[in-house]
Structures are given as C-alpha cells and as structure tokens.
Ligand binder design. Structure first.
Ligand SMILES: Nc1ncnc2c1ncn2[C@@H]1O[C@H](COP(=O)(O)OP(=O)(O)OP(=O)(O)O)[C@@H](O)[C@H]1O
Ligand SMILES: [Mg+2]
Length: 250
C-alpha cells in the first residue's frame, strides 16, 4: 500500500532555533493521526512545511508516492493536500453555499470566473449542498458567513476544504476558539469523513485526541519523541513526563 503522505528526514531552522529536527511521518490512506506536543514544539511549522508555506532546509515530502518537496503550495493542493482555510480567507459577505460552490469551481479550474453566473451550475450546487449536509450545515446554506456563530464558521472552513477533494486533510486546532458546547460538532464531522481521506490533526485537548486518533505522534522541541496508538502513548512514561504530566490519571 502506498502511503498518502510521507515526510522523510525533515529539518527547518529559524536562525539558530531548530524547529523541525529530522522529522519522519507517514499517513496511510484513511489515517486518523494526531500530532501533539507542547506549545512551541513546532507542530504548525511542520504543517507549513508539508503544505509548502515554508521551505524545508533538508528532507523530503511525498504525496501518493510523488515527491512534492519543491512543489508550490497551490500545486500541492491540486495533488490532494489540503488544510483548513483560515477564517479571514472566507468570503465573509457571501453565503455558506456560495463559498463552498466557489471552492468546488476552483477545483474544477473555474475559480477565476466566479463573478460570472457560470459557477452556479447545478452540478456544482448539488455537490456543495451534499457537502453541507455531510457537515450538518444544510440549514445554514443561505446564511452570510459573517452572521454565523464562530463554530459554524469553522465548519464552513472544513466544507470549503473538502470542496477541493483532498486525499490528505491537515487540521491545525480546528476547534480552537470554539465554545466547548460547539466543538464536538466539528470533531464529529471530521470523524465522519470517509476512509478515502487521511486526516492529520493538531489538537491540545487530550480527550479529543484520544477519542479521535488511531495513531499519535508526539513532537517535542522540533523532534518526534515517539509515536504509537493512543494506548501506547497514554502508557509511555517519557510522554507522561514531558507532556501529559499527571493529566491522564484524572
Ligand atoms: N516565521 C518564524 N520565524 C521565527 N520563528 C518562528 C517562526 N514561526 C515559528 N517560529 C518559532 O518556532 C517555534 C515553533 O513554533 P510553532 O508555531 O510551529 O509551534 P506549535 O507547536 O505550533 O505551537 P502551539 O502549540 O503554540 O501552536 C516557536 O518557538 C516559534 O516561536
Ligand atoms: Mg501551532
């Protein structure tokens, strides 16, 4: 089986600060993998390297067996790699449905003509509505983004990202800033994604991590301390000492 994502021997420094140190990471198709580690461990940097926002100093990144190490960000998206958009990248005055339809049009190569009615073709709208239904957003289809509660906006980010038909979805703290009453909606939606999408999630809430992930990598000071199943990570003395502390006993 070809891994959908393979990170090999990745290094990145900001000046004298080594933030990514010989990182190896592999995602199989349909993976539910969590990346955990203390603040400043280099988790977001790793996602920025994988997506091509940052350029690594050394090492390589493969998507479906293809070396994308020097590929531009947009080309990596076309190759099936997607991360959630930040909220300020949504079209805040457009509706939820329009935002998702635009993303699908973009994938089809028609994003540049979005101001014309062309993207309003029924195939695109049908696909957009199906995605909204999948994420429980169907009743919000005609709401303007800026009117939505924050948790819903973050769900729309995920819907937009799914409109790109990714094979690998990178989520950097998808429930951050969302009221705890709403965060399960987001994580359940991610959980319900199909086996054809591998998910890498960065998350600080250990309840979420242990409920969601089938495998976990622990990043400390830019290096992978260990990886394993949730049970293995929970039982790992080093992880408990460095990161989880006594919180697992609670
Ligand atoms: N562009 C940059 N220039 C210089 N230093 C940076 C840059 N981006 C990140 N850093 C530093 O690299 C280290 C890793 O940051 P990163 O954001 O990857 O950590 P993180 O694990 O995502 O942390 P958090 O859990 O707080 O989000 C930090 O010390 C940070 O200050
Ligand atoms: Mg971060």
């Amino acid at each position: 089986m070809t891994s959908v994502l393979e990170v090999k021997g990745l290094y990145k420094s900001f000046g004298a600060l080594s933030v990514t140190h010989n990182v190896h990471l592999t995602l199989e198709p349909g993976a539910r993998h969590a990346l955990i580690g203390p603040n400043g461990a280099g988790k977001t940097t790793l996602i920025n390297l994988i997506t091509g926002v940052l350029k690594q100093d050394q090492g390589s990144i493969f998507l479906n067996g293809e070396d994308v190490s020097t590929m531009k960000e947009a080309d990596r998206v076309r190759s099936g790699l997607a991360r959630t958009f930040q909220i300020n990248q949504l079209f805040r005055k457009l509706t939820v449905l329009e935002n998702v339809a635009l993303s699908i049009s973009e994938r089809q190569g028609n994003g540049h003509i979005f101001w014309r009615p062309a993207w309003k073709n029924s195939n695109v709208l049908d696909e957009a509505m199906a995605l909204l239904a999948q994420l429980g957003l169907q009743d919000n289809a005609l709401n303007v983004i800026e009117e939505l509660p924050y948790g819903r906006q973050r769900l729309v980010e995920i819907a937009i990202t799914l409109g790109l038909s990714p094979k690998v979805l990178l989520l950097d703290e998808p429930a951050a800033g969302v009221p705890s009453s709403e965060s399960p909606i987001i994580l359940d939606a991610v959980d319900a994604l199909g086996d054809d999408i591998a998910v890498l999630i960065i998350e600080h809430d250990m309840d979420v991590v242990f409920r969601f992930a089938k495998s976990i990598s622990v990043l400390v000071s830019g290096a992978i301390l260990t990886e394993g199943t949730p049970d293995e990570i929970a039982a790992d003395e080093q992880v408990r000492a460095v990161y989880l502390g006594e919180s697992l006993d609670a």
